[in-house]
Design a protein around this ligand. Structure first.
Ligand SMILES: Nc1ncnc2c1ncn2[C@@H]1O[C@H](COP(=O)(O)OP(=O)(O)OP(=O)(O)O)[C@@H](O)[C@H]1O
Ligand SMILES: [Mg+2]
Length: 325
């Protein structure tokens, strides 16, 4: 009886030698999770094993098929390291650069916040609207960005996006309840709410947002997105309903395309100074995608140049990305 109990206990304990043999993989796994700041649960999800299996394996106590778990972990570590190597070769794009258009956006945001007014900022894709909003948010108090999507066209989903943007957890219930919770949080903040990609909102939702959020609290409100935003607000001047919201817009800013100054700021941010290089970037920025396309060309060229960005690398990058040679 006593002997049996001992045997059972011994097999339940991890095998000394087994643990020692596997130490390197465990160490590597622990180190990887540490450097990446990854929890065991998150790592397990990526590896494709249960969190308890990973936890037990890390302690050398896993009773299941260790070989299989280890094969998966090896795979995951290799893939992760490969990805890290690739991303370290990829130069960091500039987080934000000041450009004439960015300056205009920041001024419009600043006006909306200070005056508690409604502003409409619209422009073609890739001119740097969202980047400027984020910069403004990160450098000013009480600024929130709620990004709309095709499935937030109605008032309730739009309000839910706003609630999440201002940090309200699980604001549920009908439109009135969510709107009330939002007002309670933003009232008296002298804040600014930016509704990005607002072209996805129905005109009714735009109107309701204005009434529920701006009229009731006096905080600044920005409707931003592609040129469709503006036509939504005017409704082609056909209906009184549209006209009502339109008449309340205090300022509008249209950025159709990047200016030469914007392209020069982008180039400078990447350390590109030569005029043939800047000419090429101007051409890329004139295509649909604007500064987004030019940024991709710069990133790829920087990767290929491995130092200063050359004209040849820019040309090659442009060709590789599907533009002109
Ligand atoms: N001021 C800036 N600072 C840093 N990067 C910028 C700036 N302006 C543009 N970019 C680059 O251009 C890309 C597009 O910018 P952004 O997303 O702000 O454009 P957008 O006008 O919001 O476009 P969309 O209408 O498609 O949302 C960015 O991802 C970035 O690479
Ligand atoms: Mg954007």
């Amino acid at each position: 009886m006593t002997q049996n109990a001992q045997v059972v206990q011994m097999t339940a304990e991890p095998d000394e030698e087994y643990v020692t043999n596997r130490l390197p993989l465990r160490d590597r796994m622990r180190a990887q999770m540490n450097t990446d700041g990854l929890s065991q649960a998150a790592a397990a999800r990526e590896i494709g094993i249960s969190p308890s299996a990973l936890n037990q394996w890390l302690q050398g106590k896993y009773a299941g098929n260790n070989d299989e778990v280890e094969a998966r972990i090896e795979n995951w570590l290799t893939a992760r390291q490969r990805r890290e190597a690739a991303s370290s070769a990829m130069p960091e794009p500039p987080e934000f650069f000041r450009s004439p258009s960015a300056e205009k956006v920041v001024n419009a945001l600043s006006y909306a916040q200070m005056a508690g007014d409604i502003v409409c900022i619209y422009g073609n894709p890739g001119v740097g609207k969202t980047k400027s909003f984020r910069h403004y948010r990160d450098t000013n108090p009480s600024v929130w960005i709620a990004t709309m999507s095709p499935d937030s066209a109605g008032l309730v989903p739009a309000l839910e996006e706003v609630a999440e943007a201002i940090g309200l957890r699980d604001a549920g219930g009908g439109a009135r309840r969510i709107a009330r919770a939002i007002r309670r949080k933003i009232e008296g903040t002298r804040g600014l709410l930016i509704i990005d990609e607002a072209q996805h909102l129905s005109t009714a939702a735009l109107e309701e947002l204005r009434i529920a959020i701006h009229d009731a609290t006096g905080i600044g409100l920005v409707f931003a997105g592609n040129p469709e935003v503006y036509s939504r607000l005017t409704g082609g001047n056909r209906s009184m309903r549209f006209a009502q919201i339109f008449s309340r817009i205090g300022m509008r800013l249209f950025i159709p395309r990047p200016t030469v100054g914007d392209v020069k700021s982008l180039a400078a941010a990447w350390g590109v100074k030569g005029s043939p290089e800047i000419e090429l970037l101007k051409e890329v920025a004139a295509e649909p995608g604007a500064l987004r396309g030019a940024s991709k060309v710069l990133a790829l060229a920087a990767m290929a140049s491995g130092g200063d960005i050359t004209l040849a690398a820019l040309r090659q990058a442009r060709a590789n990305l599907g533009g002109q040679e």
